[in-house]
Write a protein that binds this ligand. Structure first.
Ligand code: NAP
Length: 532
């Protein structure tokens, strides 16, 4: 790459957002370059190769909708796609639309500086190259910057230490090994049953227990697939009308637990438990806002955990005491059952925290655990981490880190005041992680495409969110979030998992009103933005 390449648009990241953004920028006839740290496309699905990794959104929804032939032709073998299957699909998309020729792989963007004189971004990468572009689109992912906890002694361990989001491409054979896994979030809950089957012994270090429900994965049903594909566009359009942009085609019930008898509540919850996956959380229409409906649901799952796990003490350790659906819901395949195995030990590191990693294992406040291999399933610095790890400087050299020192602020989750021509795909302040990510990504990419198209057509040099619009937007996000139960526990939506991170609820609940607002802003001539 030459040191001074100029583009109309630079996109950071070649995951689901970056790939689609590239496709759309090309359609506008703009010169565009994608910079990707990995050696291939796929983003999340390129990096997260841990055992058991699969999506928990139904396949027919976790796929691009922008190309009718693509969505008609691709066959998904199962209800939930595995990581290799999704990566295969994304590689197919890259081939089908010849995307790779505009992607620079194995290159990380280190800095981006806005030049006020030219209204362009100057971008520096880790290979020493310098690029410039009028528009900079951050397609860096909401859950992509791994959280590697600062545990003392990490480098002294004699065996390998792997983070689930930086898994070795050649895979890991656990046979005969004593494995320790730290964390019990979505990644761990998927990995634990698989590792337990292979390893000689597995020790799970749990800080907070998880509310998890069975995924009930199964082969795709050809009849259902045919029905959906007969009107795929209609199916997608209906999904976009759902609050979470739908994660399963089974709609949520339209009543509260408080409107029916205790017997009916149990019947409905059991029915939904048998369906598995996200439909379980749609048993009632108010589980995320009404403590009563939430408690009924939580008590049901509590009883299930105690039914499944044979040792009552272990069952109790595995049973959360916080609001269900407050942390991001987890779906599993045999997670709680795994604790009935004789080679699995659960350790409560809330009661006795990890003190250090020693050469031979993990030492907690009250015991030493001998291990050959450690898995960190410790999650991500979500929503802001990937952006703040890049040195981004807007007007007057002000850094994004300074701007977001007390938590992320922006307008529509798309633009930060003081950072003209910079767009964040599924940024904080947008529905993003509270939705089917595919749908949220497509909506953002299409909005940004229309915006850039409008600017090019009208010869505008820059677009920037006003401070007033930003302030009002942040207040709106907080107001909406404060009405939900998502603020009632410790979760990564609020940055609780990262020491020192400002405690701000980052995503915006409610996809359809958000889309309406984005459309209204455009209809009013990009209200809240200054175009020059
Ligand atoms: P996560 O949900 O943040 O879970 C991280 C786990 O590590 C938690 O149990 C956390 O405990 C623990 N932890 C974090 N820091 C720790 C420390 N310093 N010491 C001890 N324990 C620590 O991360 P994740 O499982 O990778 O999932 C992140 C998100 O990615 C999910 O919520 C989901 O949105 C997405 N995801 C989706 C899928 C899927 O589609 N199936 C799969 C994987 C991930 P606390 O709970 O106490 O913080």
């Amino acid at each position: 790459m030459s040191a001074t390449e100029n583009f109309a648009v630079i996109i950071v990241g070649a995951g689901i957002s970056g790939m689609y953004m590239l496709y759309r920028m090309r359609k506008l006839g703009l010169s565009v370059r994608v910079i990707e740290a990995g050696s291939g496309v796929g983003g999340t699905w390129y990096w997260n190769r841990y055992p058991g990794a699969r999506c928990d959104t139904d396949t027919l929804e976790y796929s691009y909708s922008f190309d009718e032939d693509l969505q008609q032709e691709w066959e998904w073998p199962e209800r939930y796609p595995t990581q290799p299957e999704i990566l295969k699909y994304l590689n197919h998309v890259a081939d089908r639309f010849d995307l790779r020729r505009d992607i620079t792989f194995d290159t990380r963007v280190e800095a981006a500086l806005y030049d006020e004189a030219t209204s362009r971004w100057q971008i520096a990468t880790d290979d020493g190259a310098e690029l410039s572009a009028q528009f900079l689109v951050m397609a860096t992912g909401s859950i992509s910057a791994p959280n590697i906890p600062a545990i003392e002694g990490m480098n002294n361990f004699n065996g390998p230490v792997y983070h689930t989001a930086r898994w070795p491409h050649e895979g890991v054979d656990f046979s005969g090994w004593r494995v320790g896994i730290v964390g019990t979030g979505s990644s761990a809950v998927q990995a634990i049953p698989v590792i337990a089957e292979q390893a000689a012994h597995l020790t799970v270090f749990q800080r907070a227990p998880q509310w998890s429900v069975p995924a009930h994965n199964r082969p795709s049903d050809p009849k259902m697939v045919a029905e959906i594909k007969a009107d795929y566009a209609g199916f997608r359009a209906r999904n976009r009308l759902q609050s979470g942009a739908q994660l399963s085609h089974i709609p949520a019930n339209d009543f509260s637990a408080t409107e029916i008898s205790a017997e009916e509540q149990q019947h409905i919850l059991e029915e939904r438990w048998q369906l598995g996956g996200f439909p379980f959380f749609g048993a009632f229409n108010d589980i995320t806002v009404n403590p009563e409906s939430n408690k009924v649901t939580a008590d049901f799952v509590r009883a299930k955990i105690h039914d499944i796990v044979k040792d009552p003490k272990v069952a109790e350790m595995l049973t959360p005491d916080y609001t269900i659906h407050c942390k991001r819901p987890v779906l599993d395949s045999g997670y709680f059952e795994t604790y009935n195995r004789s080679n699995v030990l659960l350790v409560d590191i809330n009661a006795a925290p990890i003190e250090e990693i020693t050469p031979t294992g993990i030492r907690t406040d009250d015991a030493d655990y001998d291990l050959d291999l450690i898995v960190l399933a410790t999650g991500f610095d979500a929503m802001t981490g990937a952006l703040l790890r890049i040195d981004i400087r807007g007007r007057h050299g002000r850094t994004l880190r300074e701007e977001w020192a007390h938590g992320p602020v922006n307008y529509l989750g798309l633009q930060v005041s003081g950072f003209p021509n910079l767009f964040t795909i599924t940024g904080p302040g947008s529905p993003s992680v509270l939705t089917n990510m595919m749908v949220a990504i497509e909506q953002h990419v299409e909005w940004v495409t229309d915006c850039i198209g409008f600017m090019v057509e009208n010869d505008h040099a820059s677009i920037e969110a006003t401070e007033a619009a930003q302030e009002a937007w942040v207040a709106h996000v907080n107001e909406v979030a404060d009405q939900t139960l998502w603020v009632s526990c410790q979760n990564w939506y609020q940055g609780h998992n990262i020491p020192g991170k400002p405690r701000v609820f980052m995503p915006l609940p409610g996809f359809p009103p958000y889309v309406e607002k984005c459309e209204e802003v455009v209809a009013k001539g990009y209200e809240g933005f200054v175009l020059s």
